[in-house]
Structure formats: structure tokens, C-alpha cells
Ligand binder design. Structure first.
Ligand SMILES: [Zn+2]
Ligand SMILES: [Zn+2]
Length: 211
């Protein structure tokens, strides 16, 4: 069973600097017109106010500008990249920006992760125990597919997951999660069933202990 204490999505924070208390270089990092683009990995291109473009490596703490390469200083480009990462304007190193496949919320996922991309609130991992919102049954996640409920057939009922009677209240474009019943999983011969993602309620494990 996987750890359910995964960190949730990054917190949004307001940036309200008191510029009077900042060193000049930091002030310039805030107030100068710069455009930051994530190039992938830890690299960010910064189009500076002067018209030059420099590349910042946010992991190594380097920049290709003269301040950083010749004077070996932490330059305004590095500071600006740090500010834009902190304020979620660009992805952190190694991440990319996506819309959560389940709820649509914008989130950052590892660049190397396979689809479907899910935000922290929607993420399910194989082995997670979830509750069926309709019946309260405990289910074990087998795989989170990237397929839509109206595309996945339910062979036995000659319909799709979306049109299956007990799934009527859930979005037809919900992604499908294959699960098995917790009671069956113990036998090692569990059948899998296809459910719309939003019909499944995440648990923190506490529900597994019968009162
Ligand atoms: Zn620089
Ligand atoms: Zn989500």
C-alpha cells in the first residue's frame, strides 16, 4: 500500500514586497521588465529589459549574464527566476505545467511522469484504498487510466462506464480508474472493475479500522 501522505499542491502566496528594505539587485529583480520561460529541467531563459536573453540554471545557481559569469554574483535574473517559481508563474525545476486530468485544476507534475496527470487532491496510486461514494464499498486502485468514461466499455452490460446506470451522476468525460474490491484483493484473484474517478473517495487509511 502506498503512502497517502503525499504533499498536496503548492500553496499560492501573495507577493507583497517592501522594496525599501531590499538590496538594489533584488529590487531590480522585481520591478524590471523581464520574461521568464522554462526550457525544461532546471534551465530558464530570461529575456532581460536590455533586450539580451540569458539562461539561468536554477539548480546549479548559475546565469550566463556578465554579473554572474564575470563578477560571480547572484544576479537579478537568478532572483527573478526564483521569484517566478515561488509565485507559480513558471514550473519548478523538473516539473511541467498541466491541467489535472480529473478536476482541471492547473498543477505541476514531474516532466517525466506518464499521463494521466493528476493534481495533489486527485492523485491516486495503485494500491490506494478508496471508498465507492455510491455504496461505501472499499476498493483498491489497480490503475488510473487516461481514458474517458464515455470511451470505456462495460462488456457485461453492453454499455460504457459513463452510461452504466449507477454512474449517471458523474461526468461523462471523467477519467476511468480500474479497481478491485478490497475483500477480493485478499484472495489474490480479484476481478477489476472500471469506475469514474470522481465516484471514488480518497481515504487516509483511517476508514480501514472498524470502530
Ligand atoms: Zn544573470
Ligand atoms: Zn485534480
Amino acid at each position: 500500500m502506498s503512502d497517502s501522505n503525499t504533499p498536496s499542491t503548492y500553496r499560492k502566496s501573495a507577493l507583497a514586497p517592501d522594496l525599501r528594505e531590499m538590496p538594489d539587485r533584488t529590487v531590480r529583480a522585481w520591478v524590471e521588465r523581464m520574461a521568464v520561460r522554462h526550457l525544461g529541467g532546471a534551465d530558464y531563459a530570461v529575456d532581460s529589459q536590455s533586450g539580451a536573453t540569458y539562461v539561468v540554471d536554477a539548480r546549479e545557481g548559475t546565469c550566463t549574464c556578465p554579473d554572474a559569469t564575470i563578477r560571480d554574483e547572484t544576479c537579478k535574473h537568478q532572483r527573478r527566476v526564483a521569484l517566478e517559481i515561488t509565485s507559480r508563474r513558471v514550473p519548478p525545476p523538473g516539473k511541467r505545467r498541466v491541467d489535472c486530468a480529473a478536476c482541471g485544476t492547473e498543477t505541476f507534475v514531474p516532466e517525466t511522469s506518464d499521463p494521466p496527470a493528476l493534481c495533489g487532491a486527485c492523485r491516486l496510486e495503485p494500491g490506494d484504498v478508496v471508498l465507492d461514494r455510491e455504496t461505501g464499498d472499499r476498493l483498491v486502485v489497480v490503475v488510473v487510466t487516461g481514458r474517458r468514461a464515455d470511451e470505456v466499455p462495460v462488456e457485461a452490460a453492453d454499455t460504457t462506464v459513463a452510461d452504466y446506470p449507477t454512474n449517471e451522476g458523474y461526468p461523462t468525460d471523467d477519467i476511468v480508474v480500474e479497481v478491485s474490491y478490497l475483500t477480493d484483493a485478499a484472495t489474490g484473484r480479484a476481478r477489476t472493475y472500471s469506475f469514474p474517478h470522481s465516484r471514488l473517495q480518497r481515504t487516509d487509511g483511517a476508514e480501514l479500522v472498524d470502530a
